[in-house]
Design a protein around this ligand. Structure first.
Ligand code: IMP
Length: 422
């Protein structure tokens, strides 16, 4: 069975911590979409790691980690990432599998990303500039290069042909701020490095695991509101971040998908451009940013902050078929006098509990419900039922609104600050 863990907001919900927490229950952790635009932070034993492409099970010695076909891989960044973890995981090569069908991010994909964002001016997406969009564009356009291609003798020719096409576009956009020769030296060295890893037909591997009764955790990246179909288009990433993406991103049939764990923060954040109905451009927003350390794990960019948006969360619970909710960073709200939750939108003056199909063009005002804060001390050592009543009321309100139980509450970055509610 393949269970799924994914973010229900705009990413950065804390999937790394929870995937790491859940991993002991699973034989395999698999990434099914996205690429090095992700930054999954893991804190344990006083150490902190940020993973971009490698699944979060890599630090557990019994866990196999798969980078699935739906992921896009930058060999240069993957190599850097491996170099950051190799001391902690000297056996990593035995436990890291890479799909031969995963697409490669070429140096010119990154340049194209920068060129295209520069050409958009104020309308830019706020991309992480990791080459994600251009790589998926080539995949869908049937001109991408895949991991398996590096094992073929005609790889250099295929590479040159792809690069020439990219350079034509880059020239057309008038973008000149790059040094391709340097990037290519690093790229080809990283390609040789990649060849020393287990490059496999991962769909067969996954089915083998399923047939043996092993448990697989599919680890989503980014968040549901950044999904290319249902997110805040065009301010989205270029992959299917929803549970549906697991089937195509790993090659498993829907009947093998089991439980879906949906992760959300007790407030909202977003990096990059795009609509954000509950955004707080004020002191409270700044307070959440500082207290919640809301700066990008991958790019260091300031995250935008705001109140929890239950309308959007209910939408992503529906799209993903979430079975269990996991609430992160509730401790960031400790000490606030009042806490708000958006329970409906006012769209051109009309109340709605649905996310409109074009969130970008509508004039949306959040309708907020207010809750009393629960003070500074949110000790959880005696279990959920012994926690501050005001906090429990807030949790129950969210559960009732979303129609789904919150099973785990995270109250800090460490593995120990995790409360299993029921
Ligand atoms: P791209 O995926 O790098 O092209 O970025 C597209 C949009 O998704 C931008 O607004 C990014 O800030 C956002 N984004 C991409 N990856 C992540 C992530 O892992 N966490 C949060 N936002 C992300």
């Amino acid at each position: 069975m393949v269970d799924v863990i994914l973010g229900l907001q705009w990413g950065d919900e804390g999937k790394g911590k929870i995937a790491d927490y859940l991993t002991p229950k699973y034989n395999v952790v698999a990434r099914f979409q996205g690429g090095p635009n992700a930054g999954h932070s893991l804190d344990f034993e006083g150490k902190k790691f940020v993973l971009n492409t490698i699944p979060s099970g890599i630090f557990r010695k019994e866990t196999i980690n798969l980078i699935g076909n739906g992921v896009v891989i930058d060999p240069v960044r993957l190599r850097e990432e491996i170099e950051r973890i190799v001391n902690e995981c000297p056996d990593y090569k035995d436990r890291l599998l890479i799909s031969q069908k995963a697409h490669l991010i070429l140096p010119t994909h990154r340049i194209l990303d920068a060129a295209s964002e520069a050409a958009k001016g104020d309308a830019k997406i706020g991309s992480t500039l990791r080459g994600i969009g251009p790589t998926y564009k080539d995949k869908i356009g049937r001109s991408g290069l895949r991991v398996g291609d590096i094992l073929e003798s005609d790889f250099p020719e295929k590479y040159r042909a792809a690069v020439q096409e990219h350079l034509n576009i880059i020239q057309f956009l008038g973008f000149t701020d790059f040094n391709l020769a340097d990037e290519e030296t690093k790229f080809f060295s990283a390609i040789e490095f990649l060849k020393g890893h287990q490059l496999i037909n991962s769909e067969y591997f996954i089915h083998d695991c399923i047939n043996k009764g092993q448990k697989i955790l599919a680890e989503g990246a980014q968040g549901s509101l950044l999904d290319v179909e249902f997110g805040t288009y065009p301010f989205v990433t270029s992959s299917n971040t929803l549970a549906g993406g697991v089937c195509t991103g790993l090659g498993v049939a829907p009947k093998h998908v089991g439980k879906v764990y949906g992760i959300f923060k007790a407030y909202s954040t977003r990096v990059g451009s795009g609509p954000f109905p509950t955004e707080l451009n004020d002191e409270t927003g700044e307070y959440l940013r500082i207290k919640g350390h809301e700066f990008g794990a991958t790019t260091g960019r300031k995250r935008r902050t705001g109140w929890i948006d239950l309308v959007a969360l209910k939408y992503t619970c529906m799209l993903n078929g979430v079975d269990e909710l996991i609430m992160m960073k509730s401790d960031v709200l400790n000490g606030m006098d009042q806490i708000a939750a958006c329970t409906a939108y006012s769209i051109h003056g009309e109340r709605s509990e649905q996310v409109p199909s074009n969130l970008c063009n509508s004039s949306i005002e959040p309708i907020l419900e207010w809750f009393p804060g629960w003070g500074e001390d949110l000790s959880h050592t005696q279990g959920f039922e012994a926690m501050d009543e005001r906090f429990r009321n807030y949790v129950h309100f969210v559960e009732n609104y979303l129609g789904t139980k919150i099973r785990v509450i995270s109250l800090g970055p460490e593995r120990e600050s995790t409360l299993v509610k029921d």
